[in-house]
Design a protein around this ligand. Sequence first.
Ligand code: KIV
Ligand code: ZN
Length: 380
Amino acid sequence: MFDTTLRDGEQSPGASMTLEEKLEVADILDALGVDVIEAGFPIASQGDFESVSEVAKRVKTGSVAGLARASEKDIDRCAEALRDAKRPRIHTFISTSPLHMKYKLQMEPERVLEMVASSVSRARNHVEDVEWSAEDGTRTEFEFLCRAVEIAIRAGATTINIPDTVGYTTPAEYESLLTRLREAVPNADKAIFSVHCHNDLGLAVANSLAGVRAGARQIECTINGIGERAGNAALEEIVMAMRTRPDALPFHTGIETKLLTRASKLVSAVTSFPVQYNKAIVGRNAFAHESGIHQDGMLKNAFTYEIMTPESVGVAKTALVMGKHSGRHAFREKLKELGYELGDNALEDAFKRFKDLADRKKIVYDDDLIALVDDEIVNA
Ligand code: KIV
Ligand code: ZN
């Protein structure tokens, strides 16, 4: 697992973090067991340089990566920032799609290939662990992508990343691209293939998993899926998909899943990016049930409506939220939890009054219930 919350995640408009906040995030990523932490883009600013060097000094377990364009200055600055890392990685990239080469780089394709070779070799002179990315890889001509990947591996790249930079691909197409690429590039077995998917069509996690099915063994993602535009693939979703469905996705990540909720809350707090209520795994409603039918099922057997336990992702317990869809069974259990055991008539009365209240209020809080039952007892 390659986490880029501190680099691509921070590129979300408005998500910038201070050095102290980045160190807190780096600590939790390390505790989660992330294999590679991409700490920033050292050439981008003095602040980015400092945060990459501080993260590099601090991380105990994972590798620390810095991003660099295919230029000598970028690569040398990145190497300097990573000087104190136990396991430094330089991640260098250049665009390979016709659109990016023509308009963004304004470079001939042959010149781009030369730069792939020179940038990777330069990075290899600094560190042993070099990742090369074909920016806009999924909109790149296949033959050209094969040539670029072959050159990068020959120049010493140990990881080859094929980003879906603009979130354009689909699972079947991405799976096929990675499969064909690994078959067509003669030295493909000398590198680990990696996926890096953006979420413009809401397919980032599905595409990443499809890439893994095609043999990719590194997944680039972020906590809460933050990142450029619609974001990157969400780490917590990928990890829990593999953990929950080992039959369909027989892969293992080594992530300490009990820390996922804590990591999500921390990233949300330091970036001031709220997590949507219905976000998979870490959203406030991911383990909450309001409807009577679901609450009744949950009280009989939690697996009726939950495919993973809340404890497995660090949530204390399932929440039975009291609202207008809730039924008697959940109402009685909720009162029991609050310390009230009512007789059948009082319970029926209180339930009716609760339903009236729930029609007026979106959520009925514990305090509302306490007030309602106390009133019931006083008036009995
Ligand atoms: O989306 C992208 O292409 C990137 C690269 C720099 C890896 O973030
Ligand atoms: Zn990206």
